[in-house]
Design a protein around this ligand. Structure first.
Ligand SMILES: Cc1cc2nc3c(=O)[nH]c(=O)nc-3n(C[C@H](O)[C@H](O)[C@H](O)COP(=O)(O)OP(=O)(O)OC[C@H]3O[C@@H](n4cnc5c(N)ncnc54)[C@H](O)[C@@H]3O)c2cc1C
Length: 419
């Protein structure tokens, strides 16, 4: 079958890989000149199935109100909200807030965990098969807490992890420093930690580029610098218009992150993805003793820090209502604060500042599988976990396109769950 994958981010490229593996003739289309130049470019790099958790959680209504108020007062916070005269924003927020009760949280966490764990197994198998090196670390990721309330929450969380059979270890401040000696200068700041030994980190852009290169060598066609201008319906099927021509295929996989929303609208499909902006700072390692050895999450400031080869990447902040991916050092103040408080003074000469839009669904789980158009499939909506879930998204989507039953239940990961 001829299959066109629309979008060359990590989700699109992973889907192309599994489609090619299933024997299809695959073409990937992207408006950028190379893969992974949008959201997959400089994310925090955590591959964290153990930690995969919806943002829509009990207590989030109150926390969002508090953070928004702090942001208005000019206090650095993890979340910023700019209200817009935009029905899409309010509809998404209404759906998001509707997912914040304990019952919905448990359902959403379970389905996110299912695809994230499956994805992790796929990633490990793929890495072994293709011998790809993408600056990965595999010694586990550590959440650090700055106060007793954080430690108490972690103890509650640890019970849930134990019930689900997820490997984890509660850590004292000393244990945290033994795990990662680079935290030594933050000894007085750390109240405790939670280690997820099965979780990993890796450079998403490097992974995606190397995978795309290998696909190119294995017969996958790439049409870069090519904008998809529209999707048109014709009965129960659809077609794709490109800015510079058309695209003929038997099946199409839409993997354009938050741009999928506008593309799918003329088909009458309401794709509930909202772009939630985040920032990253990447700095060269000058003193190895002050560089983390894997992934650290600073829970108080919601900043994820990662060792990426000879660099450190730190990412965080959630902005609802941002219009573009502009970035200035001032936007990254919370991230830099976290970095320097945990690892000592950071030399920001040579720092790269970046912003990207997380393609967030209200319930946090991705959107995969069939649509009501027989030739259109979705592989998108990875949100804050889109690197963690990419190989799973790709594998199940390729199975559905091929007419095979995926190895995990995806009945609650499709568009139909939003009515
Ligand atoms: C600050 C930050 C930190 C993050 N940290 C993590 C993390 O630690 N772990 C994790 O698992 N996830 C993380 N994420 C989330 C993760 O980066 C995303 O979910 C993931 O990269 C999304 O991949 P994607 O392929 O769906 O989207 P993208 O990478 O954005 O790919 C979509 C592609 O579609 C193309 N496209 C769009 N519209 C068109 C069009 N009209 N025509 C042609 N092409 C088009 C774009 O050019 C783009 O290449 C983070 C995100 C941010 C912003």
């Amino acid at each position: 079958m001829r299959v066109a994958v629309l979008g060359a981010g990590v989700a699109g490229i992973a889907t192309a890989y599994y489609l090619r593996e299933a024997g299809h003739e695959v073409t990937v289309v992207d408006r950028q000149p190379a893969p992974a130049l949008e959201t997959s470019y400089a994310n925090a790099g955590h591959v964290c199935p153990s930690y995969a958790t919806p943002w829509a959680a009990p207590g989030m209504r109150w926390k969002s109100a508090k953070w928004s108020m702090q942001a208005w007062l000019g206090i650095e916070t993890a979340l910023k909200f700019t209200p817009r005269l935009d029905a899409r924003q309010w509809n998404w927020l209404k759906r998001f807030l509707g997912e914040c009760d304990a019952r919905r949280y448990a359902i959403n966490k379970a389905r996110m965990g299912r695809i994230a764990r499956y994805s992790h197994a796929q990633l490990k198998a793929l890495r072994e098969r293709l011998a790809i090196d993408y600056e990965q670390t595999t010694v586990g990721n550590l959440q650090v807490f700055r106060d007793q309330a954080g430690v108490d929450n972690a103890q509650l969380g640890a019970k849930v992890l134990a019930q689900a059979g997820v490997p984890h270890r509660l850590m004292s401040p000393d244990d945290c420093i033994v795990f990662d000696p680079a935290l030594a200068s933050a000894r007085g700041l750390i109240a405790g930690g939670l280690l997820m030994p099965a979780d990993e980190t890796g450079n998403c852009q490097l992974f995606t580029s190397k995978l795309a290169q290998s696909l190119g060598e294995n017969g996958v066609a790439f049409r870069y610098s090519t904008t998809i201008s529209g999707l048109q319906s014709a009965g129960d099927s659809m077609s794709v218009a490109l800015a510079d021509g058309s695209l003929a295929a038997d099946a199409y996989v839409l993997s354009c992150a938050h741009a999928s929303v506008a593309l799918a609208r003329p088909l009458g499909l309401d794709v509930p993805i909202y772009p939630v902006k985040g920032y990253a700072v990447t700095v060269p390692i000058i003193d190895d003793a002050k560089a983390p050895k894997s992934g650290i999450v600073d829970e108080a400031l919601k900043v994820a820090v990662t060792r990426m080869g000879n660099k450190i990447r730190a990412a965080g902040t959630a902005e609802i209502g941002a219009r573009d991916v502009s970035v200035s050092p001032a936007d990254c103040a919370t991230i830099v604060k976290s970095l320097s408080e945990l690892f000592g003074a950071i030399d920001l000469r040579g720092a790269e500042y970046w912003a990207g839009m997380r393609p967030m669904t209200p319930d946090g789980a991705p959107l995969v599988g069939a649509t009501r158009y027989r030739n259109l499939f979705l592989a998108t909506g990875g949100g804050s976990n889109g690197w963690t879930t990419a190989c799973g998204i790709g594998r199940v989507t390729a199975d559905v396109v091929s007419g095979k039953s995926p190895e995990i239940d995806i009945s609650d990961l499709g568009l139909s769950r939003f009515g």
